[in-house]
Design a protein around this ligand. Structure first.
Ligand code: MG
Length: 353
């Protein structure tokens, strides 16, 4: 979910999830609207209150706050806009959808005792939207009175005596809580990323004096080095170009010109990570990377797993989505004469249609 201009997002997380949170947040790029995470409490009610207290400690207090469950990852911009409008109008408002299933009330033995008319009911979602002062006071009062078992913020507002308006939610705004929900969500995400593209990359660097080469971000001892403006990581360069090619966004030279002194001796993982970040910035995902290194020496077999793991780490995909192959050129040509190393790569990415 993107923050509206002037808005701030306060993430409330479990303290054990801090490393996971940091790595996830980093992959979305630095955002000035994302505040430092707040550690939650033992219940949803406590966690929401702690998030509100973090906002209350800001210099300028917000007029409206939306409290959202991150397990609802398909929340849309239009739903957020509806929530803000409803909170401004009503003070307390929540999204709700009509029920398609008939509802039965049952007794302890599992027998139906009543069939209420389903038109009277709504299944409610988040973001739940409030005037900030209203919901902060309601949460503070509930906590002070020892009322700690309210399961959503609307219930906190109701407990405090406020009328809560229900506006139209969205069926797609599902909550992902079970393994089955997760596979439904993944299928939907992949369906949305239907623009499948491939890009190719090719690079060569010559051998020169040195004691090691860099390949895929891994330092490999050798009786020569590779010559280049950066660290001459020929494999990372080929993969970077393949990703940029799949995006149709120029090549490594146009983004990181060799004429720019800041890239002298640079670690090529910077280029590779930047290309992967461009895919994510377009709302896309890297499906697969397949690369080949062509050289007589050094022998890459012993390093292959380390190189795969390194590239997967740099571009932030599972290692199963990275293939690294090595071949010689049967002593033919410049690679056969051990004048340098060549590398080829193909990247497959998925972008939103
Ligand atoms: Mg290069």
């Amino acid at each position: 979910m993107r923050a509206a201009p002037g808005a701030m997002v306060v993430p409330v997380i479990h303290k054990d999830d801090l490393d996971l949170y940091r790595s996830s947040a980093a992959s979305f790029g630095a955002s000035s609207s994302l505040a430092r995470p707040v550690f939650g409490g033992a219940t949803r009610q406590a966690s929401a209150r702690l998030g509100l207290e973090a906002l209350a400690s800001q210099k300028s207090l917000p007029e409206i706050v939306l409290i959202h469950d991150a397990a609802r990852l398909f929340v849309s911009d239009t739903l957020v806009e509806r929530a803000i409008t409803a909170a401004k109008t009503h003070g307390a408002a929540i999204p709700g959808v009509k029920l398609s299933d008939t509802i039965k009330e049952i007794d302890a033995e599992g027998f139906v005792t009543a069939t209420p008319p389903r038109a009277l009911f709504r299944a409610v979602q988040t973001p739940q939207a409030f005037r900030f002062d209203l919901i902060l006071a309601a949460h503070r009062n509930a906590a002070a009175m020892g009322v700690l078992d309210l399961t959503d913020d609307a219930t906190v507002a109701e407990w405090a005596g406020h009328r809560v308006h229900v506006f139209a939610g969205e069926d797609i705004n599902m909550k992902v809580t079970t393994a089955e929900d997760l596979s439904v969500a993944e299928a939907r995400l992949l369906r949305d990323l239907a623009d499948i593209r491939t890009g190719q990359g090719y690079d060569v660097h010559a051998f020169g004096p040195g004691s090691h080469v860099w390949l895929g971000g891994v330092k490999i001892a050798h009786d020569h080095g590779l010559v280049g403006h950066s660290d001459a990581d020929v494999l990372s360069h080929a993969i970077t170009d393949a990703l940029l090619g799949a995006l149709a966004e120029g090549d490594i030279g146009s983004h990181f010109p060799p004429s720019d002194p800041q890239w002298r001796g640079a670690a090529s993982r910077i280029f590779l990570a930047a290309a992967a970040a461009k895919v994510r910035a377009r709302g896309g995902a890297i499906s697969h990377i397949d690369a080949t290194v062509v050289c007589e020496r050094p022998k890459l077999g012993p390093h292959r797993d380390a190189i795969r793991a390194s590239i997967a780490n740099i571009v932030e995909v599972p290692v199963e989505r990275v293939a690294i192959k090595a071949t010689t050129s049967e002593r033919l040509g410049f690679t056969g004469r051990e004048e340098g190393i060549a590398s080829l790569a193909i990247a497959t990415i998925r972008l939103p249609l």
